[in-house]
Design a protein around this ligand. Sequence first.
Ligand code: SAH
Ligand code: SF4
Ligand code: F3S
Length: 439
Amino acid sequence: MRRSVFIKTFGCQMNAVDSARMVSLLSAAEYRPADTLEEADLVLLNTCSIREKADQKIYSDLGTLRRWKQRRPGRLVGVGGCLAQQDGETLRKRAPHVDIVFGTHNIARLPEMVRRAERRQPSTALGMEEGIAHWDVFPHLAPGSVSAMVAIMQGCDNFCAYCVVPLVRGREVSRPAEDILAEVRTLADRGVREVVLLGQNVNSYGKKEGEIPFPVLLRRISGIEGISRIRFITSHPRDLDERTIGLFAEVATLCPHVHLPLQSGSDRILSAMGRGYTRGEYLAKIDALRKARPGISFSSDFIVGFPGETGDDFRETLDVMEEIRYDSSFSFRFSPRPGTRASEMKEQVDPQEAAARLHRLQDVQATHTRGRLRAQVGREVEVLAEGTSSRDPGMLCGRAACNKTVNFTSVGAGGPIRSVLVTGAGTHSLVGEERQARA
Ligand code: SAH
Ligand code: SF4
Ligand code: F3S
C-alpha cells in the first residue's frame, strides 16, 4: 500500500516552493500527499527561523507530533528548512522522536533519508557544500493552478545586521537562466498564466555566476507565450536598478506592484541595519517607478524597535509611510537572532515600547490600506481568477494586477483573466462584478 505524507510549511514563499519540490520527490518514492495529519504516515515540518516566535511554534508542534507518532506504529517525523539548518543536532536533542533532520541544501536527499527512517535509522543532512541538487526537481503543481512561484536564486550575501537568512540559507547562488526559462515554459504549457520569481534579493540575480542580468531575464520571460503576468519578490532597494525600473514602462506583462522593503525610515537605523541605502535614495527609486508606471502600487516590510531606535527614528518611518502610502505591509518587532550582529548590540529597545510602536505603525498601515482599496471602487480591473472565494462559495477570488485580492460574482465560464467592476472595498480586499466573459 502507498504511504502518505503531510507537509506543514512555515515561513516565506521560498519554503512553499521547497515544499512543492518535496511533494514531487516523495511521490516518486511512493508517498502520496495526505489531506490530513491523522491519515498521514510521514509528517514533514518545513521550518522558518526568521523570528523567535517562529521557533517557539515549531517546538510546540514537535511536542504534539511526539504523541501523534505514538498513536500508530511506523509513523515518521522529519524536520527541514531554516530552523533545522540553524538548530541541527540541538533540535534532535530537544525532540529525540524526530527521524529525519535535513537542511536547506539537502532536500534532494529526502527520499533516501525516508527509506532509512522506514528501517528505523534516523539521519541528519545539513551540509551546505553540496550545491542545490533539488533545483532540477519540478515543484508539484496543483491541478488547475494559474499562478506559480519560481525560485531563481537561493541564499543571501547581504548580512543585514538583524537577519538570519544568510546563516540558514547560505551564500547567494543563482540558478542558470536556461533552467528558469525551461521551468516557466513548462508552467505555461500546463496552464499557468502568472509567474512570481523568487529570491532574497532578485536584483542581484546572476551577478556572481556571470548569468544574464535580472532585467534581461525578465524580458526573456516576458517573451514566453502564455505568460500574461510577471511578478518578483524580493527587490532590495539598494540593488533595484534603472534598467529594471525602465522595464515597467516597456513590458506590459510586468505587474504594476513592487514589494520594496524599507525596514526603517531613519537613515541612522538603516545604516545600523547595514541596508546600504538612505531614505532619500529609496524615495528616488519610488519616484522613478511611479514615472515608469503611473499608478503603480507598493508594499513593504518594517522592523520596529531595532537596537538604538528612538522615538524620532520611529517617527521618520511613519513620515515615509505617509509619503508613499503603501497598499500593504508586513511589520515586525525586532527579534534578536542567534549569530546576527544586531543580537549583540547594546541599546536594545524596551519590549513594551517596541510593541506600542508596532501597534501604531499597523494602525497607520490599516488606514492607508483602506484608503488604497477604496480608491479602486468604480474602476474596472483585470483579475486572475484563482478559485472560489473562501467567504462566499458563489463568488470567485483572484488578484488584480496591482496584487489586491478581489472577490467577485462571475457571469459564467470564462478564461482565467476576467474584467471586474469593483463595487466595494473591505479592510483587506475588494468586491466586484464581472463585466463580460473573456477568452
Ligand atoms: N530578503 C528580504 C527579506 C527576507 S526576511 C529583504 O531583504 O527584504 C522577511 C522580513 O522579515 C524582512 O524584510 C524583515 O522585515 C523581517 N525580519 C528579518 N529578520 C528579522 C528580525 N530579526 N526581527 C524582526 N523582523 C525580521
Ligand atoms: Fe536578510 Fe537582508 Fe538578505 Fe533580506 S537582504 S535576506 S533582510 S540579509
Ligand atoms: Fe523563514 Fe527561511 Fe524564509 S528563515 S522567512 S523560511 S528563508
